[in-house]
Design a protein around this ligand. Structure first.
Ligand SMILES: [Zn+2]
Length: 522
């Protein structure tokens, strides 16, 4: 069995608070969705938005392999001839094979929101679909507020579907526009309308009660063959049905095909890419694709997974292109650390004396306020150093920072001087920056960049500061800094701790630079 995945990240998803796509962003996302093998990509409303029309023009050159682009619009307005309706005609300008239009199925909306008559609304649905069909478009019909409309006046809601069916809609999509319908209720309604409507059905669920994903899955099991949603559930208010979760669930748990065979393994990387382009930090706990989806922390869990991953994992992470992680923490036992070391040195024996050295070192550092959960690169360095596989690339003799206030626009607010020794050669450099950490970062790169030009590739992508109180570290008011660095190909995180925020930052910076140099030297 197969269902069509209809992604509306670029249309419904673009309505999420905090999202603002450029045309170039939309092109990137469309390419990624096509690469993954999504059947339909709804990419905007050419009638309402110049940017969307521009997208469709550019998208023509994309030569998508798997996906069909879909332009989105609505039925004609009341009391206008469909041929003269500007929005309906704008849909044609997108020049897509498929279009998706929404119309009203709730009598409440017909009479109280768009203020027209029952009959005129049915004509609006019918005229628009027939007109688009006469222009050789395949038409998906979104029955807006269908479930609420059905509860308000089931007879009329059904009539609107019949109008769409008779006019030649390709698929009729039942929308839970306000997101308040329970999955069980939806299934009941779908089972009734299946008897009358012969056209294939789809589902479009919003997440206002937190059930959009399960509602969509239940709707498919009840016979719907198209699922509309957004890739990570982004959308207005509480978002839409989350396609990344739905796809994995249907393929792995229900044996229902959503993607070309073999493509499920691209799920996690696609999700990360889309989050990145949307300028969102993806929730760590996102099912299947989140960083924490297969991350184990409690000692007993780790022990179990170490013996057999099935003990605490519902699927194998690589099925969706994700990976298992063991978090380092005081609550974790020895096996966590061994499992993490094993990822770096697969051949190390459980009784290797270096293992105890590493465990003791981790414990001491955690006592001082370090946390390696979000700093894999610092942990890796610690292991290489303990196993004496790390040769130092440079030494820092000392550094000095000077800050100035108030900070003025277009002027640096701090400067730093640093003295390093590289291969016996002493190097003193100074740099200005926006704040002391930035100045210090620049001075460090200037000093050692001369010897290691590869560092030009590296930039900081995230910087997090946490002040720890007495509960979390032995001494009160300790600062922990975690920085994320990238060279465009990969990202890595490092940690530094000190009672001084600049020194904590500097330690994390040193680890970041050492990690990059170490990787490049291998
Ligand atoms: Zn919607």
């Amino acid at each position: 069995m197969k269902v069509d995945i209809f992604d509306s990240s670029l249309r419904d998803g673009a309505q999420a608070e905090g999202i603002s796509f450029l045309v170039s962003d939309k092109i990137k996302i469309a390419k990624a969705l096509d690469e993954l093998g999504i059947s339909f990509i709804e990419a905007g409303n050419p009638g309402s938005n110049q940017k969307d029309l521009e997208f469709f023009k550019e998208a023509k050159n994309l030569n998508l392999k798997n996906s069909h682009l879909v332009a989105f619009g609505s039925t004609r307005r009341a009391k206008t001839d469909v041929k003269d309706d500007l929005n309906v005609n704008a849909l044609l300008e997108a020049e897509t094979e498929y279009v998706c239009i929404f119309g009203k199925s709730s009598l409440f909306h017909v009479e109280h929101i768009i203020n027209t008559t029952k009959e005129e609304n049915l004509n609006m649905i019918s005229d628009t679909i027939k007109y688009l069909r006469s222009k050789n478009k395949k038409v998906f019909y979104d029955a807006e507020h269908f479930f609420d409309g059905y509860k308000y006046n089931s007879e009329y809601a059904l009539e609107t579907l019949k109008a769409a069916d008779d006019a030649g809609a390709e698929t009729i999509i039942l929308c839970d526009t306000n997101g308040g319908t329970f999955p069980s209720e939806m299934v009941e309604i779908i089972n009734v309308i299946k008897k009358t409507i012969k056209c294939p059905l789809g589902i479009h669920a919003h997440n206002d009660s937190g059930m959009a994903t399960s509602a969509s899955i239940e709707a498919v099991l009840a016979g719907c063959t198209q699922i509309q949603g957004t890739f990570l559930g982004y959308g207005e208010r509480c978002g839409n049905a989350n396609l990344s979760t739905i796809i994995a669930n249907l393929e792995l748990k229900k044996n229902i095909c959503c993607l070309p065979s073999g493509n499920l393994e691209k799920l996690t990387s696609t999700a990360k890419f889309i989050a990145e382009v949307s300028n969102f930090q993806m929730a760590k706990g996102m099912p299947y694709v989140g960083d924490s989806a297969f991350a184990h922390k409690a000692g007993m869990h780790i022990d179990g997974v170490y013996k057999n991953p099935k003990s605490f994992e519902h699927i194998e992470p690589d099925k969706v292109g994700n990976e298992r992680r063991f978090l380092i923490s005081e609550v974790a036992g020895k096996s966590t650390v061994i499992a993490k070391i094993n990822k770096i040195y697969p051949d190390i024996k459980k009784d290797d004396p270096a293992i105890d050295v590493i465990i003791n070192r981790v414990k001491t550092l955690e006592y001082m306020g370090y946390a390696f959960e979000g700093a894999d690169a610092s942990f890796e360095l610690l292991v290489h150093k303990a196993l004496k596989n790390f040769k130092s690339f440079f030494e820092v003799e000392n550094f000095k920072t000077i800050g100035e206030g108030p900070s003025l626009e277009n002027e640096y607010s701090a400067s730093a001087i640093i003295k390093v020794i590289v291969e016996g050669e002493e190097e003193v450099t100074a740099a200005n920056g926006d704040g002391p950490v930035d100045a210090l970062n620049k001075a460090l790169r200037k000093a050692i960049g001369k010897f290691y030009p590869i560092l030009n590739e590296v930039s900081l992508s995230d910087y997090k500061v946490r002040i720890l109180d007495g509960k979390e570290s032995a001494t009160a008011a300790i600062t922990r800094v975690i920085i994320e660095s990238t060279d465009g190909k990969s990202t890595w995180s490092t940690v530094g701790v000190s009672k001084d925020i600049i020194e904590a930052s500097f330690k994390a910076l040193i680890d970041s630079v050492e990690y990059k140099l170490f990787k490049e030297s291998k």
